[in-house]
Write a protein that binds this ligand. Structure first.
Ligand code: GRF
Length: 189
């Protein structure tokens, strides 16, 4: 795919940004259908923002204290930059349904569980305390219902004896880094 045909994409983060970093490395490959043009964070000190500097990608910090204003402002930036696709990657805010409507089926998210099990936070801790045999990760479309949109791809991760939430999280994030690019390829190919 040539640079011109690639889909202009924004990645939304709030923290560490390992999925963001992984998606940046993916978009630099020839086979990537997306081009990451903007990094959005609701936190000005999110660790993942360092990748904006490293890879010379524009960043935008939004202040979610006034969600309506923040999203209005954000929509203007997205429009100006001709962003057509949004990847949420550890973005800890819930987008309003009017924002989501503006990007219908164009916002995806990665979640650290085998949905529909364990929506929300602390997925590994909850899976372990329920003695689950596996957890996993899921890439899904974003709707106004938390972690409930149509599933694009998911991967199971086995829970072994003496598993801790730390060891399980480590195994899951490794799979997330394979799953997110694979799901994007599936969407656009
Ligand atoms: C990942 O586990 C993702 O599934 C969840 O938040 C975490 C973000 O990690 N939504 P990172 O910031 O991409 O390292």
């Amino acid at each position: 795919m040539t640079g011109l045909k690639k889909i202009k994409t924004a990645v939304f983060i709030s923290g560490r940004g390992s999925n963001l970093h992984n998606l940046i490395k993916f978009f630099k490959t020839k086979k990537s259908p997306i081009l990451i043009d903007l990094i959005v964070s609701n936190k000005k000190d999110a660790i993942g923002l360092k990748y904006a500097k490293k890879y010379k990608i524009k960043k935008k910090i939004i202040n979610y204290k006034d969600q309506k204003n923040a999203e209005k402002n954000l929509l203007l930036t997205l429009k100006k930059r001709k962003i057509k696709f949004i990847c949420l990657a550890g973005f800890m805010k819930i987008l309003s349904s009017s924002f989501i409507k503006r990007f219908k089926e164009k916002i995806v998210n990665i979640h650290p569980s085998f949905l529909p099990k364990y929506k929300g936070l602390n997925t590994s801790v909850r899976a372990l305390s329920n003695n689950e045999k596996f957890s996993g990760c899921t890439v899904h479309y974003v709707t106004s219902k938390l972690d409930s949109g149509k599933i694009i791809m998911q991967k199971k991760v086995k829970i072994v004896k003496n598993e801790t939430s730390i060891s399980l999280d480590k195994k899951i994030i490794k799979e997330e880094h394979k799953l997110y690019p694979a799901a994007i390829l599936k969407i656009f190919n």
